[in-house]
Design a protein around this ligand. Structure first.
Ligand SMILES: [Fe+2]
Length: 172
């Protein structure tokens, strides 16, 4: 839609574009968490099933906040799954993963990558402090979620998979 007007003030279109990249990623990430929540299996099913649910709740609020912010700035928020699959800033997941520890580790890597993207975007939003503040709020939330996942993978008794997890750490 071409003729939307900003509700409050004019901003550079690059800001709404970048915010839409983050929105697309958050939408994709929420769906990916559904996979983790539904498909995780193994002795740590219960805590992970619950943790993934909590992380999805944060994403749900984040999606609404980002979409509304795009609208306030005069842009059109992405909503079509075809579009957000193309624009997402996360790598494709490994769809062969079902076991609890590998899934927790992949979720950690996704959180770390997404936090990196939020940090980059926040640095680009200096000219629009309210957008920058919003992105930083969720940067804090995702850094915390990455921490929870990393500690989960560390604290459990790691059988054969453990050493590999420790060596690989986060991917950037
Ligand atoms: Fe559920």
């Amino acid at each position: 839609m071409k003729n939307l007007r900003p509700i409050i003030h004019d901003v550079d279109e690059t800001i709404t574009d970048r915010l839409n990249d983050l929105l697309a990623t958050a939408l994709y990430f929420e769906d990916l968490y559904k996979r983790y929540h539904w498909m995780v299996t193994g002795p740590h099913f219960q805590p992970l099933h619950g943790l993934f649910d909590q992380h999805m709740e944060v994403l749900e609020q984040e999606i609404d906040d980002f979409g509304e912010r795009v609208r306030i700035l005069g842009g059109e928020p992405v909503w079509n799954p075809r579009v957000f699959a193309e624009r997402k800033l996360l790598p494709d997941p490994d769809e062969s993963l079902y076991d609890d520890l590998p899934i927790a580790h992949e979720a950690f890597q996704m959180e770390a990558k997404y936090a990196d993207e939020l940090r980059k975007a926040a640095n680009e939003f200096e000219d629009d402090p309210a957008t920058q503040d919003l992105v930083i709020e969720y940067l804090r939330a995702h850094e915390k979620q990455a921490w929870f996942l990393r500690e989960f993978v560390r604290k459990v008794d790691l059988p054969e998979y453990g050493e590999e997890i420790m060596e690989n750490g986060a991917t950037h």
